[in-house]
Ligand binder design. Structure first.
Ligand code: YH5
Length: 283
């Protein structure tokens, strides 16, 4: 299995780690734009050295309750980082955005993938993504970031997320985005209670029949805070366990903060997955 990028293919036979690079004012100490650019690039280099295959660059905080960011502000944050990293590194660059203009400029600057938590539902987003030649990640979200955790409800969370992703895949195919350019994501924590996240994590294999590689973002999420009563800085063991469970069920891309530890944990998962099935007994 692979993901088709504009000028090459990303092999997904073994799970790939997508390192999270937030380029928001709160993510780095405030030494001005140049200091921020330099620190963001340094963080990206470090994640590549630790084994990341994709760097996901975001200029808008999409955490529950976060304020939205203007188009101009988001462009100012992400484009310089993408330009610099595209020149410097061979890693796949992904832009984490819901805005068509940001998608277009990010791809012009060297991004090869669009990670959209809104699954290209913004006006002209599908057309923009199609024309760009970039790969896309379609993520499920119920509601919108500001209010999505207020009262999330489902009759059948796995069935509803599956139906949503299927509909978004169809929409992309109709716009000319080939299936080999599409990854799908159940959107852990996006309009979901603990029981919803539990059902999705336990039944990730239910998304196999969509025929697109599965991306899972579980790193440090609130579901582990709820389950374990731990603050965000103590959620690494839970995040590693979840990444391994997701990969064991076939997830091909894991979006994480802690690249090195996740790469090691995923090697163990892949090692077990590659064990040969025992020969059927004869006689
Ligand atoms: C995702 O799952 N998530 S941003 C709250 C946390 C920790 C982490 C403190 N973008 C995803 O990472 N894109 C985000 O608790 C994403 N899939 C894709 N494709 C939220 C996040 C986070 C939020």
């Amino acid at each position: 299995m692979f993901l088709q990028l504009p000028r090459r293919r990303l092999a997904l036979d073994a799970p790939v780690v997508m390192g999270i690079l937030n380029v928001t004012p709160d993510s780095f100490s405030d030494g001005g734009v140049h200091a921020t650019l330099e620190q963001a690039c340094e963080r990206a280099r470090q994640m590549v050295a630790e084994g990341a295959g994709i760097i996901d660059i975001g200029g808008e905080s999409t955490r529950p309750g976060a304020a939205s960011v203007s188009e101009a502000e988001e462009l100012d944050r992400v484009v310089p980082v993408i330009e610099r990293l595209a020149r410097e590194l061979d890693v796949v660059l992904s832009v984490d955005t819901t805005k068509p203009l940001v998608m277009r400029e990010a791809i012009r600057a060297g991004a090869e993938m669009i990670n959209d938590i809104n699954a290209l539902r913004a006006e002209s987003a599908v057309e923009t993504a199609a024309a760009s030649g970039a790969a896309v990640c379609l993520m499920h979200m119920q509601g919108e970031p500001r209010t999505m955790q207020q009262d999330p409800r489902y009759q059948d969370v796995v069935g509803e997320v599956h139906a949503f992703l299927q509909e978004r895949i169809r929409h992309c195919l109709a716009a000319g985005i080939g299936r080999e350019r599409i990854a799908v994501d159940p959107g852990f924590g996006f309009g979901k209670r603990l029981e919803h996240n539990q059902a999705l994590l336990g039944r990730l294999a239910a998304f196999d029949d969509l025929g697109c590689p599965l991306l899972a973002g579980l790193s440090r999420k609130s579901m582990f805070g709820q389950l374990l009563g731990l603050p965000v800085e103590r959620r690494l063991p839970a995040s590693l366990a979840a990444a391994v469970l997701a990969a064991w069920q076939g997830a091909r891309i894991l979006r994480v903060h802690d690249v090195g530890p996740t790469v090691e944990a995923l090697k163990v998962a892949q090692f077990a997955r590659q064990a040969g099935t025992p020969a059927a007994p004869t006689g």
